[in-house]
Design a protein around this ligand. Sequence first.
Ligand SMILES: NC(=O)c1ccc[n+]([C@@H]2O[C@H](COP(=O)([O-])OP(=O)(O)OC[C@H]3O[C@@H](n4cnc5c(N)ncnc54)[C@H](OP(=O)(O)O)[C@@H]3O)[C@@H](O)[C@H]2O)c1
Length: 270
Amino acid sequence: MASTIRNGARVLVTGARSGLGRAFAAALAAEGLRVTGTTRGDAAAFPEGVEPLHLNASADGVEVFVKENAALLDEVEILVNNAGSGVFGPLCAVGPEALRVQMESLALAPLRLAQRVFEPMRARGGGSIVNVSSLAAEFPIPFMAPYNAAKAALSQGTRSLMLEARGTGVRVIDLQPGDYNTGFNAAMERAREGGDVRCARVWGMVERHLRAGPPPEAAAAVLLKALRRGRSRTVRCGGWMQVCGAPLARRFFGDAILRRAIARYYRLDA
Ligand SMILES: NC(=O)c1ccc[n+]([C@@H]2O[C@H](COP(=O)([O-])OP(=O)(O)OC[C@H]3O[C@@H](n4cnc5c(N)ncnc54)[C@H](OP(=O)(O)O)[C@@H]3O)[C@@H](O)[C@H]2O)c1
């Protein structure tokens, strides 16, 4: 199948002001593609050559975006659904508003945008939809239940779309990053109530892992490679253990063993 990295192709990257989205947008713009990126905030800090648009990835916000940007969405050849943030803390301490925001921004909004661009792509016989889920979709991080749940929903929705897209020329990629050194944790909402020593310990580990992760530009290189390959697939990226070790563990061990291993890794029984 042909690559969608074609000079002048229209690209939409959500959450392009910082972190992975910024690196994705900058890398695609550097390839000569016409990149539009979204932010809820200040477009002044946008990467060079990336045209800014406003998007709040809530259920209502995505509908406004879809309505106001019909012409762009008809033309998009590569959609990178990247925008997202996390909430950390015990499930019972996460308020209903934070729970709603996680589900809407991480699962509903990206699937809505994928749905919107799919028909025009199918009519043209080509295009790429990249949904940035997470390794957490398969290996849940303790005290991040809403995040893990929303990413798992996005990942499964993406895999379903891969099946639907067969024979249409549209490529669908479930991009599952491990840890990358971005501002993700700094932007994370923390539900402090009810947190115990285990919660504090896991937070410390989550922080250390993120800081030790590769820079976002490394994830952008993986994205370009996946787009060039031009095939629908799940793409894992990050450190060696996350890219190779985790899928091997998933293949050979059942759920109960993996759950025990995760609990041990995060010392949840100590
Ligand atoms: N870093 C990692 O290790 C890692 C691992 C696995 C998955 N991921 C996923 O990768 C994606 C990018 O994360 P990152 O690490 O690059 O974090 P980041 O630096 O905090 O960037 C997140 C981006 O998403 C946008 N965003 C967040 N919530 C939004 C909302 N409700 N509506 C619209 N835009 C929103 C932000 O845009 P504005 O603030 O400009 O609006 C920001 O540009 C996320 O989906 C994250 O879950 C990251």
